[in-house]
Design a protein around this ligand. Structure first.
Ligand SMILES: [Fe+2]
Length: 466
C-alpha cells in the first residue's frame, strides 16, 4: 500500500523513524534506550501503515461520508489520530509549539457525538493526511531527543505506546466502519486459517486466588492496573468461542422467538430492534445462510466463531445452552492463570509477544479463524483462542480495580466507570497486538453489534464436579 500521507499535501513527505540518539547514557542504558526507541518507531510505523491502508482504500467521497450513525466519517478518525498524537507527543512530551491548536475542539471526541461529526467543518482528506504527516515528522524528532525516562508519562516510553495503541484502536474502529459501508469490497486479505485440531466442550478452571490485572506491563493502560488478588471459585468455561454452527442451532431452535431465554431488557431490545440473527447474516430463499463480510457475500463458515452479536444475544444463547456468560475475572483467570506455578501470564501461551502461530490479530485476515486453528496459543487450563479472532463479552460492568488511579487523563477510563457498559476481552482479528494483552479491557454498550464481538459461555460446577 502506498503511503498517501506523502502524496497529497505539501507537508513533509517521507516519515522515517529516527536514528538512534547518541548522547546522555552509559553503555547499557544507551543500548536499552535505543532498543526502546526502535520498538516505538516500529509500532508507530505499523499503526500508520494500517491507517493509510484503511483510508487509501476508498475515494474522497467515501472518506467524508458517514456510513452509519454509530461511526465517524473516516476522515474524522484520521485527523483525530493526528490531533491526539500532537496533544500528547508533540506538545506535552515534546514541549513543542502547537501545529494546529485551532482544531483541538473539532477533534475532541467528548465534544461531538459521532452522529454529529459529518456536519463539522472538518479538515478535508488531503488536509487531514497532511496534518497527520506533519505531526508524525515532529514526533520522530521528539522521540530522537527524549530520554524516555524521568516521569511517569515517558517512563518506558509509555506516552508513545499509548498513542500507538490509540491509533490502532481507531484503526479497528475504522475497520468496523468498512464493515458497515455499502458497496463493493475494497479490502483484501488471505482467508483466516482453518482448524488444525478439533476443539469441543469445556475446560475446568480450579478455584482459588489469582492475580488479576498488571502493575508491571509498561504500556498497560490505567484501567488494567494495579495487579490485585481475586478469589474465583472453580468454574467451567467453553474451550473455544461459540461457533456459527452452534449459534445457528440456537437460531433454528427458535432462540429469537422465546422470551424465556432473554432477560427482560434483552427481550425488549430484541423486539424493538427486530433482531432475528447476528448482524450481517442473510438467509436465501433456499434457507441457506450467508454472511456479508466487508462487502463480499460468503457462505457461513460453521467452525468460525460467531461475530457481530450484542451482549443480550450472547446472554440469551448462554441461557439456552444452560450456561451463563463468564465474569471478567473468570475470563482473565481462564486466559492467564497457570495452576502449575500459581502465576498469571501476560498471554495465554506465556510472556512472548503474539505471532501468527498463536493468535489471529492485526487484520492479517478479515475474519475470525476456525476454532482449533491455534493450538499453540492455548492457555494452561486448555482454553483456545482467548486472544484474537473475536472480542468476548463478559457479564461484568466496567469498573475500576481496587487501587485504580486515573492516568494520564480521566477521559481514558474513569468517566466510563459505572456506565451502561459490559466488558469485552481478548481482542479480535482487527485488534493489533500492541493494543492486546491478557489484561487488556474493552467496554461497550450491551446493544452494540458493529464491533467484532462474540463470546464463550461458562457455568458453575455441580457438587460432583468440584
Ligand atoms: Fe480517540
Amino acid at each position: 500500500m502506498t503511503d498517501s500521507f506523502t502524496s497529497t499535501d505539501p507537508t513533509p513527505a517521507e516519515s522515517s523513524p529516527p536514528a538512534p540518539a547518541t548522547d546522555g547514557f552509559g553503555a547499557t542504558d544507551h543500548a536499552d534506550t535505543d532498543l526502546l526507541r526502535a520498538r516505538i518507531a516500529d509500532v508507530l510505523t505499523t499503526a500508520r501503515a494500517r491507517t493509510a491502508a484503511l483510508t487509501d482504500a476508498v475515494d474522497e467521497s467515501d472518506l467524508v461520508a458517514q456510513h452509519s450513525p454509530l461511526m465517524s466519517p473516516l476522515v474524522w478518525d484520521l485527523a483525530h489520530i493526528g490531533n491526539q498524537e500532537e496533544l500528547w507527543l508533540v506538545r506535552d512530551v515534546g514541549g513543542r509549539e502547537a501545529v494546529r491548536a485551532d482544531i483541538d475542539e473539532l477533534y475532541d471526541a467528548f465534544k461531538h457525538a459521532r452522529a454529529n461529526r459529518p456536519a463539522l467543518p472538518l479538515l478535508d482528506p488531503a488536509q487531514a493526511r497532511g496534518y497527520a504527516g506533519t505531526v508524525r515528522e515532529k514526533v520522530w524528532d521528539v522521540l530522537e531527543r527524549n530520554p524516555l525516562r524521568g516521569g511517569p508519562l515517558i517512563e518506558g516510553g509509555f506516552a508513545f505506546g499509548m498513542i500507538a495503541q490509540h491509533e490502532q484502536q481507531h484503526d479497528e474502529t475504522m475497520l468496523a466502519t468498512h464493515q458497515l459501508r455499502a458497496g463493493e469490497p475494497v479490502l483484501a486479505a488471505p482467508p483466516a486459517p482453518a482448524a488444525r485440531i478439533g476443539i469441543a466442550g469445556e475446560v475446568i478452571v480450579p478455584g482459588g486466588e489469582f492475580l488479576m490485572g498488571t502493575s508491571a506491563d509498561p504500556w498497560a493502560l490505567d484501567n488494567e492496573r494495579p495487579a490485585h488478588p481475586v478469589h474465583v471459585p472453580a468454574f467451567a468455561i467453553d474451550a473455544a468461542p461459540v461457533t456459527n454452527e452452534q449459534y445457528l442451532a440456537f437460531v433454528d431452535d427458535g432462540g429469537y422467538r422465546r422470551p424465556e431465554l432473554w432477560s427482560e431488557r434483552g427481550w425488549e431490545h430484541r423486539t424493538s430492534a427486530g433482531l432475528t440473527a447476528p448482524q450481517f447474516w442473510e438467509r436465501d430463499s433456499d434457507g441457506r445462510w450467508w454472511r456479508r463480510v466487508f462487502g463480499a457475500i460468503t457462505p457461513l463458515r460453521p467452525r468460525q466463531p460467531v461475530v457481530h452479536v450484542c451482549w443480550f444475544e450472547a446472554e440469551a444463547f448462554a441461557r439456552w445452552a444452560g450456561k451463563r456468560l463468564p465474569t471478567e475475572a473468570e475470563w482473565e483467570k481462564a486466559a492467564r492463570f497457570d495452576p502449575a506455578t500459581g502465576t498469571s501470564r501476560r498471554y495465554p501461551w506465556g510472556e512472548a509477544d503474539p505471532d501468527e502461530s498463536k493468535a489471529n490479530l492485526g487484520q492479517r485476515h478479515l475474519e475470525p479463524a476456525e476454532v482449533g486453528a491455534y493450538p499453540a496459543g492455548a492457555s494452561p487450563t486448555g482454553a483456545h483462542q482467548m486472544i484474537g479472532d473475536v472480542w468476548e463479552w463478559t457479564s461484568s460492568g466496567f469498573d475500576p480495580y481496587p487501587g485504580f488511579r486515573a492516568f494520564p487523563y480521566r477521559e481514558y477510563s474513569e468517566v466510563f466507570f459505572g456506565g451502561d457498559y459490559r466488558v469485552l476481552r481478548g481482542g479480535s482479528f482487527g485488534t493489533d497486538q500492541v493494543a492486546c494483552r491478557g489484561t487488556f479491557r474493552n467496554w461497550d454498550h450491551p446493544i452494540r453489534r458493529q464491533i467484532f464481538a462474540g463470546f464463550r459461555p461458562a457455568r458453575d460446577l455441580g457438587a460432583d464436579e468440584r
